[in-house]
Design a binder for this molecule. Structure first.
Ligand code: DP6
Length: 363
């Protein structure tokens, strides 16, 4: 059943917990229909649909220690080193979710986190990072109040993660997830993401590949906050939201049917539309680099020449995500080695695929 905001307010403690420690590993995800534009309080302007990755993950341990009347202390360590700026971000996240988990105020909180991908890779860590943190908070909630079943656990983890970063809401599920109200998904909600039922996804998509070519490992030149706000005054805004929602309808049927050609066509359009919007807005950003375009051209030509089902998508950055079925893997990897690796910074790329979702590593 669809939930309202009030359903996520914590309902009291059954058993007190003095000290607790949880470790979650949570993946990043790649959007096929993009979330770009917000409304209200961290709600999406249109529905989005993604698949969860398997190799690009954040592993987070949170140590909760009961505090007395002393001031709450929050520390965040990234790769073993204390990071005050990230600590501040985590603090403001915990502050925002306090209304839904008031017990957090009763604890000193120490966060130890690490990413499987380099911080400078241009891969956003917000989806994996925020979902991992939200899952640790949910583990504490479950221990404090045993009446948390598995569905609620992940829905609320998604709800909390969304408050930290919209795309993070989609990272708490295995395989395909969608976020946002949409007439094709009766359970779809702006408040949290849902899993696209596995039986609604053709088997060829369950093992889909995403090889991420690291074109530019520098810092992103537009923050997601600024990026989303660009849509507010964009002349094509309403058209974009309508197109994105239509693309969700189309993608739902494509996933069911297993139509890989139509899938590729749709995801490439989505990626280029995202970048076209950024280029053509009142404040303009060009996030593609010359090598991004060079790769796109090579991919399209090679696809025409060989008939291989190789497609691309982009995030709000220069890196290229190459999407293809498992059966094409040997030939695509050879193509990357022979023809595309020259466009990658330091020849770096990451081989990833549709993943199984987050995993609790401890306890
Ligand atoms: C282009 O989730 O990073 O990756 O909610 O402000 O944290 P915030 O934005 P964020 O935006 C992701 C944008 C995107 C598309 C997508 O993942 O759907």
């Amino acid at each position: 059943m669809m939930k309202e905001t009030a359903d996520f307010i914590f309902r009291g403690i059954n058993s007190p917990v003095e000290q607790a420690e949880y470790t979650w590993q949570s993946p990043s995800n790649i959007a096929l229909v993009k979330y770009w534009g917000k409304k209200g309080d961290q709600l999406p302007a249109n529905a989005s649909l993604s698949f969860t990755l398997s190799q690009c993950v954040t592993t987070t341990t949170v140590i909760f220690g009961k505090r007395g009347s002393d001031r709450q202390n929050l520390q965040l360590f990234l790769d073993g080193e204390e990071q005050k700026a990230f600590g501040q971000k985590a603090f403001s996240f915990l502050d925002k979710i306090r209304g839904f988990q008031p017990f957090l105020q009763d604890y000193h909180i120490q966060i130890h986190t690490k990413n499987s991908f380099p911080h400078s890779s241009g891969i956003a860590s917000s989806a994996s990072g925020m979902s991992a943190l939200a899952l640790c908070c949910m583990s504490l909630e479950k221990e404090l109040n045993g009446n948390v079943d598995s569905d609620f656990f992940y829905e609320k983890a998604s709800f909390l993660a969304r408050i930290g970063s919209g795309s993070a809401s989609r990272s708490v599920y295995s395989k395909f997830a969608m976020w946002g109200q949409h007439h094709e998904y009766a359970n779809g909600s702006d408040l949290y993401a849902i899993q696209v039922p596995e039986k609604e996804v053709h088997k060829d998509f369950h093992t889909f590949r995403d090889t991420i070519l690291l074109i530019d490992q520098g810092k992103k030149s537009v923050s997601s906050t600024v990026g989303h706000s660009l849509l507010d005054k964009h002349p094509f805004r309403d058209e974009r939201y309508q197109t994105a929602n239509n693309n969700i309808t189309e993608l739902k049927h494509i996933l069911e049917k297993g139509d890989i050609e139509a899938f590729g066509n749709l995801v490439e359009q989505e990626a280029l539309m995202l970048h076209a919007l950024m280029m053509s807005g009142p404040e303009s950003f060009i996030l593609m680099k010359p090598n991004t375009l060079a790769v796109i051209e090579k991919v399209r030509n090679w696809r025409t020449e060989t008939g291989t089902q190789l497609f691309f998508t982009l995030d709000a950055g220069a890196n290229v995500h190459l999407l293809y079925p498992e059966s094409a893997e040997p030939i695509v990897l050879e193509f990357i080695q022979n023809e595309l690796i020259v466009y990658c910074e330091d020849k770096n790329y990451i081989c990833d695929n549709v993943g199984e979702g987050p995993q609790q590593l401890m306890p």
